[in-house]
Design a protein around this ligand. Structure first.
Ligand SMILES: [Zn+2]
Length: 201
């Protein structure tokens, strides 16, 4: 989420989901079909919220306490967690590790693509109970999370690189970019989940 506070109290909260983005456009550029919200900044410039999917959500909170209520429902930002806190969190949860990564009340900021990419890189199967992971495995998940987030943050999305899982998950016959074997796809934690049975245990 991107939080834009105004000086006198209200704040705009932008949620981008998998495909949303903010575009700075000239006021004379015609809007495209996926421009969901257009904010006119001055005579020449517009800020446009563009999303191929449905509008994911823009919220306006009217004061600090309303903003705090929204943020209170979120766990710590994934990039702010220490390795120790992360390992301890996994050790306490009996649900599937994929579901723990995506639970925004536990860790904020990881969606479906990111979680699959992280677990593929860490070689951990998404359906494993989080607390069944060994200490070394949990550390590998943490390291993978940091690496994937660093690259994805710079790219502004989860980049569909050919040496990433994300670059293959929508292929007609998706194959693991590490071992070349076919990828599995099932619903885990309510979302379409892709993983490699050979590489991830
Ligand atoms: Zn593989």
């Amino acid at each position: 989420m991107l939080i834009v506070p105004f000086a006198d109290g209200p704040a705009l909260i932008w949620h981008f989901g998998m495909t949303g983005e903010l575009i700075c456009a000239g006021a004379d550029e015609p809007p495209v079909a996926h421009d969901r919200v257009v904010l006119t900044l001055d005579d020449e410039r517009q800020l446009r919220y563009r999303d191929q999917r449905k509008l994911q959500g823009i919220r306006l909170t009217m004061d600090q306490s309303a903003l705090a209520r929204v943020l209170d429902r979120l766990g710590p930002d994934a990039l702010d967690m220490t390795r120790e806190d992360f390992v301890d969190l996994l050790a306490e949860r009996r649900g599937a590790v994929k579901g723990v990564l995506m639970d925004q009340s536990l860790i904020a900021g990881l969606g479906n693509l990111l979680s699959d990419e992280i677990l593929w890189r860490a070689r951990v199967a998404p359906r494993r109970p989080a607390r069944a992971l060994g200490n070394t495995e949990a550390r590998h998940v943490f390291t993978a999370m940091r690496g994937v987030l660093a690259t994805a943050s710079r790219a502004g999305c989860v980049p569909p690189r050919r040496n990433w899982l994300t670059g293959h998950r929508d292929d007609r016959e998706p194959a693991c970019p590490r071992c070349g074997r076919g990828l599995r796809a099932r619903r885990v934690a309510g979302r379409r989940t892709v993983w490699c049975e050979h590489c991830q245990h």
